[in-house]
Design a protein around this ligand. Structure first.
Ligand code: OAD
Length: 258
């Protein structure tokens, strides 16, 4: 593995890869203006700890507060746009036989950028559903005033009358079976894994790069900070997603055109 700089080493890892997996976390959406999970909550939410809001117990205790928080996050996600890093992943996908994005994010930005194979490990802000039968519920039908003062009466399902809940995995809940199966199958077959914008401390998602590495895949981490993964990855690229991913695509395209 030649070259000191992480861009060169990352391009070398991908040069002969055929099956690539990208694991993304909240840092991938940071440059779209969506705060990371562990950013201090802003404004009206600053007095709440997200770990206290993202649980079934919190919803049972104060459904309006939890519903408002997710409805606010849905509105912010809808107002956000994919950035150059999301666009770079769409272009990167064209270069490989298989290209799978496994995201811990719930904001839908990968899909809005045009990525087609996206596994949402932690659910989606777009997937509000009723808490009994799972009937889907469309948040865009809900009045704009909702969520402003955390006193919104939680809407109920037209079909069965149960409270509407976010389609996001809460702490203590299991991940969607099909997402887990697909995610594990993709890393078990991967030649290379890009880990972008995750603190790599929440399991089972944080296990995925290690599964890939154990079967021989190279692991490239893109993150402006170090994480528990940094010391075991093939390349620890200390950089923002919006800078690193476009540079990586450009380098691979340059190498190919030589
Ligand atoms: P975190 O907020 O824990 O970590 C965000 C990571 O992104 C940090 O390591 C930052 O250094 C990094 N970061 C910040 N800006 C970045 C940028 N511009 N480019 C690249 N990286 C950047 O968010 P997650 O790791 O996604 O789960 O959190 C994982 C899970 O913890 C979430 O999905 C959520 C929470 O429990 C559930 O809600 C089930």
């Amino acid at each position: 593995m030649s070259g000191a700089d992480p861009l060169t080493r990352s391009a070398e890892c991908l040069a002969d890869a055929q099956r690539v997996v990208v694991l993304t976390g909240a840092g991938m959406s940071r440059e779209s203006g969506v705060p990371t999970f562990r950013d201090a909550l802003t404004g009206l939410w600053s007095r709440y700890d997200p770990m206290q809001l993202a649980t079934p117990e919190a919803f049972a205790h104060d459904p309006s507060l939890v519903f408002d928080w997710y409805f606010e996050r849905w509105r912010r996600a809808r107002a956000a746009s994919p950035h150059a890093g999301h666009d770079a992943l769409v272009r990167l996908a064209l270069r490989f036989e298989r290209f799978t994005i496994i995201t811990q994010n719930v904001d839908g930005l990968h899909q809005r950028a045009g990525s087609s194979e996206v596994i949402e490990l932690h659910g989606s802000l777009e997937a509000f559903r009723c808490s009994d039968e799972g009937h889907p519920w469309d948040p865009s039908q809900f009045g704009a005033s909702a969520g402003a003062d955390h006193s919104t009466a939680v809407p109920v399902c037209d079909a069965c009358g149960a409270s509407i809940r976010p389609g996001v995995v809460w702490f203590g809940e299991s991940l969607p079976d099909n997402a887990v199966r697909s995610a594990w199958a993709s890393v078990e077959a991967a030649d290379a894994v890009l880990v972008v914008g995750t603190s790599a401390i929440v399991y089972p998602a944080a296990e995925l790069p290690l599964v890939a590495q154990r079967q021989g895949a190279s692991v490239i981490e893109i993150n402006p900070d170090r994480t528990p993964l940094s010391q075991v990855t093939t390349v620890a690229w200390v950089e923002r997603a919006g800078a690193a991913l476009p540079a990586l695509v450009k380098r691979l395209e340059q190498t190919e055109s030589k």
